[in-house]
Ligand binder design. Structure first.
Ligand SMILES: C[S@@+](CC[C@H](N)C(=O)[O-])C[C@H]1O[C@@H](n2cnc3c(N)ncnc32)[C@H](O)[C@@H]1O
Length: 257
C-alpha cells in the first residue's frame, strides 16, 4: 500500500502530536463556529461545570471560557497538549476556571451526572460516535448539553476513492441524518446540527498544518517515516479539496433527556 493511502492509525502517535503541538487547533474548526454552537445553549452560569474531551491544546476551550462563566476541565491523553493547554489558560488569565488534565475520554474519572455541558471538537471518532454519546451521557446532568463536531457524509453516495479513505480512518462515518438518529437513540433531544464552513478545514487547519509539516521535515531531514507521514497529511488535504462536497465536519448539539 502506498504511504499516501495509509490510515492515520498506522502512524506513530508521538509524530502526530509533534506535528500538531505548536498549532492553535489540532483539527478543523473556528472560534466563530464554537461561539455559534454555544449560542444554542441556555441556562449556563458561573456554577456550570463543563468538560472538553479531546481538548488538544485548547483552541476551542479558551474561546468557550471567554464566552461562558462556568468552570471547564479539558481532558486529553497527550501530556504535551495538556501542558500547552494549561500555559494558554494562564496566559489568558483563565487558570481559576480552566484546567487541563491528562486522561482518556474512554475512561473518565469524574462523578456521574456532574456536568452541565460536554464539549468535544474533532475528537469523538476516537472513541466512536455512538459509544461516546452513550458513555459520556452518564456524566451529564439531566437537561445537560452535549456539543460535538464529527466527520459526516453530506450525500448518500460517494466516489470510491473518498469512501475508502474515510472508512479506513473513521469506520463508523455516516450521513448527518443517521448521526442525528444515533444521537436521539442515545437519549438526547436534538438541539441543532450545522455544517462547519470550508475555511475551518483550509485556513484554520490544513494551511497551518502544512507549515508545521515543513518544519518537521527540516528537523528530521532524510527520515523516511517522517517523510511518509507528511506525504500522507498532504494527500488528506488534497482529497479534501477534490471531494469536499461529499463530507465535512458537522456540529451536533443535543440535550440529555
Ligand atoms: C483532532 S484533535 C482535536 C483537538 C481539539 N479539540 C481541536 O479541535 O483543536 C483530537 C484530540 O483528541 C485527543 N484524543 C484522541 N483520542 C483520545 C482519547 N482516547 N482520550 C483522550 N484524548 C484523546 C488527541 O490527543 C487530540 O488532541
Amino acid at each position: 500500500m502506498g504511504n499516501e493511502n495509509k490510515s492515520i492509525h498506522e502512524f506513530d502517535l508521538n509524530l502526530i502530536c509533534e506535528l500538531h503541538a505548536g498549532m492553535e487547533r489540532q483539527g478543523p474548526g473556528s472560534p466563530e463556529m464554537t461561539i455559534k454552537a454555544l449560542s444554542f445553549l441556555d441556562n449556563l452560569n458561573k456554577f456550570s461545570r463543563v468538560a472538553d474531551l479531546g481538548c488538544g491544546t485548547g483552541g476551542q476551550t479558551m474561546v468557550l471560557a471567554q464566552n461562558i462563566t462556568g468552570n471547564i476541565t479539558g481532558v486529553d491523553f497527550s501530556p504535551g497538549f495538556i501542558n500547552t493547554f494549561n500555559d494558554n489558560a494562564k496566559k489568558l488569565n483563565l487558570q481559576e476556571r480552566v484546567n487541563g488534565i491528562v486522561g482518556s475520554m474512554e475512561s473518565l474519572s469524574f462523578q456521574k451526572e456532574g456536568f452541565d455541558l460536554i464539549w468535544s471538537e474533532g475528537a469523538i471518532a476516537s472513541i466512536g460516535f455512538e459509544k461516546g454519546l452513550n458513555y459520556w451521557k452518564d456524566f451529564l446532568k439531566t437537561d445537560g448539553y452535549i456539543a460535538v463536531t464529527y466527520e459526516s457524509w453530506f450525500t448518500d453516495e460517494r466516489p470510491v476513492e473518498i469512501e475508502k479513505w474515510w472508512v479506513d480512518n473513521v469506520p463508523e462515518i455516516s450521513t448527518i441524518g443517521h448521526n442525528i438518529s444515533i444521537m436521539q437513540k442515545a437519549g438526547y433531544s436534538l438541539v441543532a446540527a450545522f455544517t462547519l464552513p470550508e475555511k475551518c478545514w483550509t485556513d484554520n487547519y490544513f494551511i497551518p498544518r502544512e507549515a508545521a509539516g515543513k518544519a518537521l521535515l527540516k528537523k528530521y531531514a532524510g527520515n523516511k517515516t517522517v517523510e511518509a507521514f507528511i506525504a500522507n497529511m498532504k494527500h488528506e488535504a488534497e482529497l479534501y479539496s477534490k471531494y469536499k462536497q461529499y463530507y465535512g465536519y458537522v456540529f451536533y448539539i443535543g440535550k440529555k433527556i
